[in-house]
Every structure is written in C-alpha cells, then in structure tokens.
Design a protein around this ligand. Structure first.
Ligand SMILES: *[C@@H]1O[C@H](CO)[C@@H](O)[C@H](O)[C@H]1NC(C)=O
Ligand SMILES: *[C@@H]1O[C@H](CO)[C@@H](O)[C@H](O)[C@H]1NC(C)=O
Ligand SMILES: *[C@@H]1O[C@H](CO)[C@@H](O)[C@H](O)[C@H]1NC(C)=O
Ligand SMILES: *[C@@H]1O[C@H](CO)[C@@H](O)[C@H](O)[C@H]1NC(C)=O
Ligand SMILES: *[C@@H]1O[C@H](CO)[C@@H](O)[C@H](O)[C@H]1NC(C)=O
Length: 658
C-alpha cells in the first residue's frame, strides 16, 4: 500500500512540461544512456518530467559527451552589421525555435493563463578553446552530469579572501555552468522580496544569516539548488534586479500586456541593486549585498545603483563621447554601469533592443504536440550581430508560466499569505453532494507554476567574409533523437527542421546537424518506455542529406539526375574548400562529412583514398558543421537515408526558391 501511494505521489509531482526541440533542449541531460535524466538539478529548475531532453552533441564517431573538448557546439552565423536598418529583412540570420508545452496556452485557450519567455546569455569565446580549469566564469556543458558545488558563507562579515576561497572550493570545472557562481552567491545573500504572494507556503530561513534569501520562493520554499540559477529570478518575469539573461521574445497572455513586458525588459531599462565595496575607497565591488531596497541599502552604507544589461561590452570606446558617437546602423552604444561591474564605473556597452512580444500561440491542454496550424509552435529568432566581431558561446532558455484566475496575480501579494491565502493544499469542497465533501488536487507551491528548458552551449559566430552584409541566412537543422515515437517521447523522432524553407534566390541556407552517440534510452526509464529503435549502431544518432524527386518518394535520385548540387553555390563550407564540384558537395552531404571530395588528387579525405563509408553511416560523426549554400530557383526535396523508415519514420524536407 505504502509503495503504491509513493508511486502515485511521484507521478503527481512530476507533471507539467515545456520541451525545446530546435535548438535541442537538454532538460538537464548531458550524455546519459538512460531514458530518464539522471540529475534534475544539474543546471536549472525545469519542473519537467525526467524524460525528454536531448544529449549534448558529439564531434566524433565514438565519443560520449563526457569531455567538453569532444562535444559539438552548434554554430550559427550572426546577423550582418546593418541588419537593423536594411530593407526587407536583408542581413538577418534566422533560427527557428520549436517547442512543445503541455498545459495549453494562447488566445482561445480559456483553461489557464500562460506566458512563454525566450532568453539567451552569451560570452565572448575562442571557438577552439572550450575552457581550462581556471576559467571559473565560463559558460560550459561540463564533462559530468554532477551539479557544481556551492560552499556557503560561514559568517556574515567575511573577507574578500574568504569569499575567493569559497568560490574556488565551489566551482567544479568539470560541471556545467550557465549562471556564474558569483550571481548565485548574490542570490543567496540578497533578502527575498517579502512583498510577494507565497500562499500558505513556509519559506525556510537560512541558519547563518537568519533570513531567507532570494533562493526561497513560493515555488521552491526550501531553497533547493539547481545549478547556479536564482530561484526568485526564475519564478518572476520581468525580474526587478539585474540578471544575466537577454530577452528575445515574450509570448504573452494577451497582446494588451506586451507594452508592459517590452518596457520592463532588462534589455531596455536598468534595474537597481545595492552596491557595497570591500575597500573604503570604493573601487572593489562586493559581488553581493543582502539589501534589496533603497532604504535598507543606503542605511547600511551601500549605493542603490541602476545597473544596465548589454549585448556586449565595447572597451575600445573608452570615453563617453567616443562611446556615444560610435552609434550607427542601428547599433547603439550607451555609457553606463554594467550589471556585472567589478568597480562601479561606467563603460561603453552595446545596447539591447526590446524583446518581440505578441500573444502566445494556441496550444491544446494535456498535449505535447502541434499548435493550431498543424505544426508544433515555433518562433523565428533573428540572431544578433556582435560589433566586436568575436564569436560568442551562448545558451538559450525558455520559460513557460501557467497561472489561473482563482486569484488575481496582479493584486494578490504578501497581504494574502498564510491564513489569508486564497488557496490551500488539496482542499475539501462542499458541492452539496448529499453530505459528502470532495477533495481537489491543489499544490499551493505549484498553483501558478513556471516550467523551463535550456539548450546546451552553442556558438554565434561572425559571418565569414564571403557572405555579403545583405544576405539573409536560414538555418536548416535536424531535430529529434533516436527511438520510435513512444521511446523518444516527450522528445521527438528525427526530422529536418524547418521541414520546408521558402527562399528568395539570394538567400543562404546553413545546413548543419548534431547528434549524440549515447542516446541508448536504457533504464531507468522514468515514466516512459525504454528502447532506442533505429538504424545503425545502438544508441547513435546519424544524419545525412540526399535529394529525392518528390516528397512521396523514399529512394534517393541517382546523382546524375539531381538538381540540388548543380544549382547551388557554396558560399562557405566548414573545411574551407569552396571550389567543389557538385559531385564533391553531394558526397560530403550524403556522407555527413566523411568524404570531402571524390578524387584523391582534390583533397585529403577523398572517397578514392579513405576506408569505405558504413552503409548506415556508423563510422561518420554525429555532427556536421555544414555549409552555407545559395540555391538557384527551383524546388528541392531531400531525405536522410539512414533514418527515413517508410511507415515508421519520415525524415524529409523541402527547399523552394522562388
Ligand atoms: C508568472 O506569472 C505570474 C503571475 O502573472 C507573475 O507574477 C510571474 O512574474 C510570472 N513569471 C514568469 C517567469 O513569467
Ligand atoms: C511555425 O508555425 C506556423 C504556424 O503554426 C506554421 O505555419 C509553420 O509551418 C511553422 N514552421 C515550422 C518551421 O514548423
Ligand atoms: C526501422 O525499420 C527497421 C526494419 O528495417 C526496424 O528494425 C527499426 O526499428 C525501425 N526504426 C524505427 C525507429 O522504428
Ligand atoms: C534519371 O534521368 C533519366 C534521364 O532523364 C531518366 O531516364 C531516368 O528515369 C531518371 N532516373 C530516375 C531514377 O529518376
Ligand atoms: C518499422 O519498425 C518495426 C520495428 O519497430 C519493424 O518491425 C518494421 O519492419 C519497420 N518497418 C519497415 C518498413 O522498415
């Protein structure tokens, strides 16, 4: 009896969900061979089931995601320098984001209110350098699924040296990191916002400080830790203190609230934080403060400072005049104090734009599938342009926030806490059912609840010189992971994504894919099925691209009949050799990069001079950095020879050039 009850409880708690399918969301997985993720606290609080999520990409035939050095990072070209001022969307690079969410959302869905927020964070990177153990602040996927450590303060008035020691003891350079240790330490130290509605939840108090920090919220009252994510920041948007996330888009409850979201975005307005310093001359900023409001901050000798977010810093402009007068072509520089300042001084920052906002697309309740128009809901992100010309390591985050109208969230605050709470756990209701009461399923920690998914680290790289400023770039990728539909669920089976691209003759397509060698989907299975049915070596993802004459065909065209490879210009390709014959390009795509060209005399990885390609692509890499291609007018259909499995799975796509 006890175990049955335990099981029910587990199922009841592990519900919910938002899953990113393109780019691949991790749902906190790294490289597990199991169907269920092994560490739900690895990086962020998802509130999702343990199933779902995609492993980090691998670069080689036999690697397993257990070394940052051999993991593959998707590489997307940034927009061009003038993309904000050119007509007709010229200069833009597009990444189409696709996700599924469970509870239903959007206009016409009256069952609950909901909003979806997309954000990203980036840091400058050297693509070939994925981090050395001294890089304590670096964004990384890590080599293990273990959560980074956190060593708390042992006394309130610690010294700078004591703080550094804690930091060194905490940060595990083999664990993943998105938010920095420093930002988490700040979250622990800063008093939580006591004006918030916490229903009848009891928020734990930290023993050392005697108060609850911003790590305690209604949704996570105990102060549980998920990577270095700040729970108060996670649960609320727009957040009222600085955070490292840049807003991409808000898919709002209704259009009417978009003005509020756009004006309140940290992209375009500063937020306050209490600045305190280690030294009397106020040059070395303490990275944390316990004060969360002006009065308390100033009373205790701090400065209540407005801090700014930014796309990147521009140290080349060292004065206010140089900074502000550098603005041009839609790139705006501001002279302001960045949110992560170490000395409180102003610097030259590239300003962000307000996020896109519109009402959330409709989705059906209790369903992780298509939206209203027969495709999973999606959003096209116009990738930023970084004026420094440097590559950026980035992660993308989506949060999905479900609320009800059982109380008004905009008016219900701390005055309604505890015994005044409008909601209580699992209440009994009297509906005049012949003297019996009925019990409802309510968890006040989840009545109003945020779900989340994040990608692995990817790269936003500058456009190569061969790509003009005006070219529009569209990313063509592969979504999904190994397994049949029930085994992979709530991740999805393989398919090209976007499945259909409609282009103008001067547009560019960046074909690229990634996969894992450890999608074995074994036990523990969580609440789904184990198994990873598919072709080729167990547990491995592989892809390729060959032309078919019609979407209803499942046999590739013989090379002699293809039009894709003769009607194309290679503007950039990962191996640098753009003077390829159409045969070489076809071979490269069909072999997932295993062959670069046909003839020994033309390249080193030639079909004439290499070991044969495995018929199921087993000896290729699961990731293919790809090429930027410009197709001539026409209609091109393609498929993947390994994964397309007639009646079991369709992995096909179309490019139409008008
Ligand atoms: C979720 O919705 C509630 C109620 O509107 C709001 O207070 C909170 O800030 C939202 N959180 C996020 C992450 O959108
Ligand atoms: C994105 O959603 C729209 C509207 O549902 C749909 O028409 C379009 O095909 C979707 N795009 C992709 C790439 O799935
Ligand atoms: C595809 O078909 C083969 C039989 O040719 C089967 O063994 C395999 O499991 C199928 N793949 C999926 C994912 O269904
Ligand atoms: C290839 O093209 C030739 C010549 O047009 C045609 O006879 C043949 O049927 C085509 N083969 C296929 C498989 O489409
Ligand atoms: C589809 O997959 C099943 C196993 O999942 C397999 O038995 C069957 O042969 C496959 N069908 C085809 C046409 O490959």
């Amino acid at each position: 009896m006890v175990s049955v009850f335990g099981l029910l409880l587990l199922v009841a708690v592990a519900t919910g969900n938002i899953y990113l399918h393109n780019p691949r969301g991790s749902n906190n997985r790294l490289n597990e061979k199991t169907a269920a993720r092994s560490n739900a606290n690895r990086l962020f609080n998802s509130q999702n089931n343990d199933r779902g999520g995609y492993n980090v990409g691998d670069t080689a035939e036999k690697t397993h995601g257990d070394s940052e050095q051999t993991q593959y990072r998707m590489k997307y070209f940034q927009s061009g320098p003038k993309y904000k001022v050119l007509d007709e969307g010229q200069g833009r690079s597009h990444m189409t984001l696709e996700w599924t969410n469970q509870h239903g959302c959007g206009s016409g869905n009256k069952r609950q209110n909901c909003n979806i927020v997309f954000q990203y964070m980036c840091e400058e990177t050297v693509e070939s350098d994925k981090g050395t153990p001294s890089d304590e602040n670096m964004l990384r996927n890590g080599d293990t699924v273990r959560t980074a450590k956190y060593v708390p303060r042992t006394r309130p008035g610690e010294t700078e040296a004591e703080m550094s020691t804690r930091r060194t003891q905490s940060v595990r350079t083999d664990s993943a990191q998105h938010e920095s240790w420093q930002s988490y330490d700040n979250c622990v130290t800063r008093r939580r916002n006591e004006g918030l509605f916490t229903a009848d939840q009891t928020l734990a108090v930290d023993k050392m400080s005697g108060y609850s920090g911003a790590t305690h919220t209604r949704q996570s009252p105990d102060g549980e830790r998920w990577g270095y994510e700040c729970p108060e920041e996670r649960d609320y948007f727009p957040y009222w203190h600085p955070a490292p996330w840049r807003d991409i888009a808000v898919l709002a409850e209704t259009d009417a609230v978009c003005g509020h979201y756009q004006k309140s975005s940290f992209n375009v307005r500063p937020y306050h934080e209490c600045m305190e310093f280690w030294d009397v001359s106020r040059t070395r900023r303490k990275p944390y403060s316990s004060w969360n409001n002006k009065r308390d901050c100033e009373t205790h000798g701090g400065t209540w400072e407005q801090l700014y977010s930014y796309l990147e810093k521009s140290p080349v402009y060292a004065s206010q005049t140089a900074c502000e007068s550098a603005s041009r072509d839609g790139v705006h520089y501001i002279w302001a104090v960045p949110y992560d300042t170490s000395d409180g001084s102003r610097q030259c920052l590239v300003r962000l734009d307000e996020p896109t906002c519109r009402s959330a697309p409709w989705s059906r309740s209790n369903h992780l599938g298509n939206g209203r128009f027969g495709a999973a809901n999606n959003l096209t992100w116009v990738l930023p342009y970084f004026p420094s010309g440097k590559s950026q390591a980035c992660v993308l985050r989506v949060r999905y926030n479900v609320t009800s109208e059982d109380y008004d969230p905009s008016r219900t605050d701390h005055r309604y806490n505890n015994e005044k709470s409008p909601v209580t756990d699992d209440p009994y209701v009297d509906v005049d059912a012949g003297g019996s009461t009925l019990k409802l399923a309510v968890d006040t920690a989840h009545f109003g609840r945020v779900f989340q998914d994040r990608t692995h680290v990817f790269i936003l790289r500058p456009r190569p010189p061969s790509v003009g400023e005006k070219a529009r770039i569209y990313n063509l990728n592969v979504r999904g992971k190994r397994g049949n539909i029930v085994q992979a669920f709530p991740a999805v089976e393989y398919d090209f994504f976007p499945r259909r691209l409609s282009l103008r003759p001067d547009d560019l397509v960046h074909v690229q894919w990634t996969g894992s060698n450890s999608h074995h989907n074994g036990g523990p299975r969580g609440d789904g099925q184990t198994g990873a049915d598919g072709e080729g070596k167990a547990g491995t993802d592989r892809n390729n691209l060959v032309q078919i004459s019609d979407l209803n065909k499942n046999f590739p065209m013989p090379f002699e009949n293809t039009t894709m490879w003769s009607n194309v210009e290679v503007v950039w390709i990962y191996h640098g050799k753009t003077e390829l014959t159409s045969r070489d390009l076809a071979l490269n795509m069909a072999s997932s990069g295993y062959f670069v060209c046909l003839k020994k005399s033309d390249c080193s990885e030639s079909a004439e001079d290499s070991l044969p390609l495995n018929t199921k692509l087993d000896n290729t890499s699961p990731s293919y950095e790809g090429a930027l291609l410009r197709f001539k007018k026409g209609r091109y259909h393609f498929m993947c020879t390994r994964n397309n499995n007639y009646t079991n799975r369709s992995q096909k796509g179309t490019i139409i050039v008008h």
